[in-house]
Every structure is written in C-alpha cells, then in structure tokens.
Design a protein around this ligand. Structure first.
Ligand code: F6P
Length: 324
C-alpha cells in the first residue's frame, strides 16, 4: 500500500482534527502518500481530494470542527454516487481509506466495501459515544465537559430563583451525554432514550423533592428521549403539577459539538488515527479502530452500528441515589 486517503463525515466532533493529523503524520512516517477528501462522501463523489503533507496539519491539534469539513451525504446512499466515488478514488491510485465519523459514516463505508472492496478502517468520531467497539468516541469527553459547564451555570440561577430547569442535551438515539453530565452536574433526574421514564414519574420525583424542602431542581433530558424533548416534557409537568413550580427550559444544542478538544479527546484521537494507519498496513479492512479497556481493538463496521452499547445500569442507579 502506497497511497491512502482520510476524510471526516457526519456530525463533527472535537478531536477530529487531532485524528486527521495522526493519520497524515502516521502515514507519512510509514512512507505513505496521504490524501484528504473534503466534505466527506460528497467530496469523494465530486473528486474534491487533495494531497496532504505534514505541514498541512500543523497547528490543528487544538482546533474544534474539522479542517477537512464534513457532510451528511445523500448522494453516497445511491449506487450511482458510490460508483462516482470509486472512480475518483481509483483515478488517484488510492488503496486504503481512513473514515472518521459515526454510525452513518460506517454504514456508508460498509456498503462501499461490499461493492468495491477498497480497504477502509474507521475511527469513531462522534460526540454521542454510541458506537459498539469502543469505550469512548472522539469528541464525547469534550462535549460532556461543555454541557457540564453550561449545567453548572444554569444551576446557579436555578438555585437563586428556586426554579426547576429542564436542560436538553444532544443524543438522538443515545443517552451517553445526558447520563454523564447529569451525574457530574448533580442532576435530580436524567431522562435517556435507553430507559423508560414517563412524566408521571418525573412529577412524583419532583414532588417528593419539594416535600423534602428541595427548592430547585435540574432535569437533564436527552434530545431523543421517548417522553419527548425538554420543552415537551416541561409542558407535561406544568399540566400535571399546575402552578407548583417555576419551570424553565434550556436547550444546549450545537454548542456541544464545537470547541477545543480536551486532552483526553486529543490523545484518544491521536492514538486511533495512528492505529487506523497501522491497521490498513496490517491488512485490516471494513473495521473500526476502537479502544476497549485501554487496548486497541478492531471491530467489523457492521457490528459498530448494529450491536447495542447499553448505558450501564449502575450509572442510572447513581442518579437516583445521589439526588435524594
Ligand atoms: O450525531 C451527533 C449529533 O450531534 C447528535 O447528537 C444530534 O442528534 C445530531 O448530530 C444533530 O445533527 P445535525 O447537526 O445534522 O442537526
């Protein structure tokens, strides 16, 4: 293998640049030519592919976002789109690819491998931490610290005004962000898609806290919770307990996707980027490089998005115990 390419795709996450940097420098260190594909699968289809040198990734390890840009490509979901992408990869003589992204990215990569057999190794880049095959994804640590900083600030004003705050964090299908910053932020309740908690239960926990002289509360709601988003749950509580609480809603949104990556994310990203290059050179294909119990592990793409990575029951239990 002499030429490889790297791209970032799907929702960006802090640390993606550190990962790109590791792929570029790790590849050059091993004697490879490295190309960057701009805007994920869209760039592959449009032939937006550029050579990268060591200096191309200078001064990027501390930057949020992705210097290679990102996209959620609809065209790559079509056989025509993938054919064009393959032709562009072939034209440049690229023999291996490193895909940095989440489940959508790996679904695309698995399909592409099935059709064209280009060896691809993935690096888990998503704030959601919802991929099977790695304990942590690149960007998760930064995102939970960003959300935590916001929760701490909201707690100050919640306490001053004796208010109940519903705070929505990201996670369409996953409660990893919610559970982590809920525990670290001392939330009274955490609502995640992985467990069922309806508004009646939320109301009775709030009521019980009120009876124990709690004057303010924080409820962290994952955006994909089955009971609704933070606004919807707050409305249900207002109906169930009219005039009992002064309720406010705060949706943290895309603030969680940006910012300079934490040390943990930079180190994880650097480690996984180098592992992906080593994996390609060792003949791995159609797999994601992850870290499990501090060891590099390669997991088939299909498993990363098909198998469940459940939130530990211990974490769910912790919220209950620590909020009495
Ligand atoms: O997958 C990462 C993520 O940030 C999810 O938590 C969120 O639901 C989604 O992306 C938002 O996507 P977009 O930026 O395309 O609206």
């Amino acid at each position: 293998m002499k030429k490889i390419a790297v791209f970032t795709s799907g929702g960006d996450s802090p640390g993606m640049n550190a990962c790109v940097r590791a792929v570029v420098r790790g590849g050059i260190y091993k004697g490879l030519e490295v190309f960057g594909i701009i805007r994920g699968y869209n760039g592959m289809i449009q032939g937006n592919i550029i050579p990268l040198q060591s200096h191309s990734v200078s001064n990027t390890i501390q930057k949020g976002g992705t210097i290679l840009k990102s996209a959620r490509s609809k065209d790559f979901m079509t056989p025509e789109g993938r054919k064009k992408a393959f032709e562009n990869i072939q034209k440049l003589g690229i023999e291996g690819i490193v895909a940095i992204g989440g489940d959508g990215t790996f679904r695309g990569a698995a399909e592409f491998y099935k059709e064209y057999g280009i060896p691809t190794v993935g690096c888990p880049g998503t704030i959601d931490n919802d991929l099977y095959g790695t304990d942590y994804t690149i960007g998760y640590d930064t995102a939970i610290n960003t959300a935590l900083d916001a929760i701490d600030k909201i707690r100050d004003t919640a306490d001053s005004h004796d208010r109940v705050f519903f705070i929505e964090v990201m996670g369409r299908d996953s409660g990893y962000i919610a559970i982590a910053c809920g525990i670290a932020g001392g939330a009274e309740i955490v609502m995640v898609p992985e467990t069922l908690m309806d508004s009646d239960e939320v109301a009775s926990i709030l009521q019980a806290g009120w009876n124990r002289s709690k004057t303010s509360s924080i409820i962290v709601v994952a955006e994909g919770d089955e009971e609704g988003n933070a606004q919807e749950v707050a409305e249900k509580i207002k109906t169930l307990l009219p005039n009992q609480f002064d309720i406010r809603v705060s949706t943290l949104g895309h603030i969680q996707r940006g910012g300079s990556p934490t040390a943990r994310d930079r180190i994880l990203a650097s480690r996984l980027g180098l592992a992906a290059v080593d994996g390609l050179l060792a003949g791995y294909k159609n797999v994601m490089a992850g870290v499990i119990n501090d060891q590099i592990v390669f997991t088939p793409f299909e498993d990363t998005f098909q198998k469940d990575k459940p939130i530990s029951q211990e974490m769910i239990e912790m919220v209950k115990i620590l909020s009495i």
